[in-house]
Design a protein around this ligand. Structure first.
Ligand code: IPD
Ligand code: CA
Ligand code: CA
Length: 264
């Protein structure tokens, strides 16, 4: 996995340099739907990453958000988000990253998340711990929801989506120190891993949003699951990630709210 890590670093750093250079200098924005934007930088970043990875690992599968990948049925699959936090990036709000995950036989084995503004490289290799710029990282030790700082996200099609996260957002805001909505799922996970945040929940995510970050959280000693506590499926994209200590409390609150909606 050493070579994979080095190549993923090279791809993330090169794409990150472009992203950093282009903050506030986007040449085109397209809209996948009314609120779901994609810039020329998303596409250029994806091209850089794919070129580097595909050149080194031509037999692997590649799934990338902007559609540039190729899938041949390999046991190894790279999951790539060339800019996670595009809305932030397009507005010059400095919270976005590159996310590159490698899955082998359905299991995440490598996760690399690069945040170009602060020059922070988060990564993990299965079984080897999690790191931020080569320093080992660990999740926080906050052990109650009351003392925790949480984060969540809303799908780009929130207005039309059947999933309304507002009730959950309200409830957790009343039960914790606060709930952030930072706009980059991958970076939210990286922040859980290094203890800047304690708990995270979100629904309607894509595999490339959670692939790298879920491994980094687990390798930092945290816990990742779906809303019921069952193992995360990157395809389903329903996630709770936490320091482990407040995980059950988050599951309980989400279950209570679901029950309330059902019986109302
Ligand atoms: C989005 C971000 C955001 C999450 C959205 C994602 P993008 O990814 O991760 O935090 O709430 O659901 O779509 O579009 O910026 O790559
Ligand atoms: Ca994303
Ligand atoms: Ca993206």
């Amino acid at each position: 996995m050493k070579k994979e890590r080095q190549v993923a670093f090279r791809a993330a750093l090169e794409a990150g340099a472009l992203i950093r250079e282009r903050v506030g200098q986007i040449s085109s924005i397209d809209y996948k739907s009314a609120f779901n934007m994609v810039t020329d930088v998303d596409k250029a970043s994806e091209e850089i990453i794919l070129k580097i990875l595909q050149n080194e690992f031509p037999g692997d599968d590649f799934v990338a958000e902007e559609g540039g990948g190729n899938v041949n049925g390999s046991s190894r699959r790279w999951l790539i988000d060339p800019v996670d936090g595009t809305t932030n990036f397009a507005h010059g709000y400095p919270f976005f990253c590159v996310s590159i995950g490698l899955e082998e036989n359905g299991e995440m084995v490598l996760g690399v998340i690069y945040e170009p503004v602060r020059d922070e490289m988060f990564y993990a290799i299965k079984g080897n711990g999690a790191f931020l710029n080569d320093q080992k990282i660990q999740v926080s030790k906050v052990d109650t929801l009351t003392n925790s700082l949480l984060v969540t996200g809303f799908p780009p099609d929130t207005v039309t989506s059947a999933f309304d996260n507002m009730a959950q957002f309200n409830r957790f805001t009343n039960l914790s120190q606060g709930v952030r909505r930072d706009g980059s799922a991958a970076l939210d996970l990286a922040y859980i891993a290094c203890g800047r945040l304690d708990g995270y929940w979100e629904k309607k995510l894509a595999p490339w949003d959670v692939a790298a970050g879920s491994l980094i959280v687990e390798e930092a000693g945290g816990k990742v699951s779906d809303f019921t506590g069952a193992p995360l499926s990157v395809e389903e994209g329903i996630i709770i990630a936490s320091n482990g200590l407040i995980h059950d409390e988050i599951i309980k609150v989400l279950a209570e709210l679901k029950e309330k909606v059902r019986s109302s």
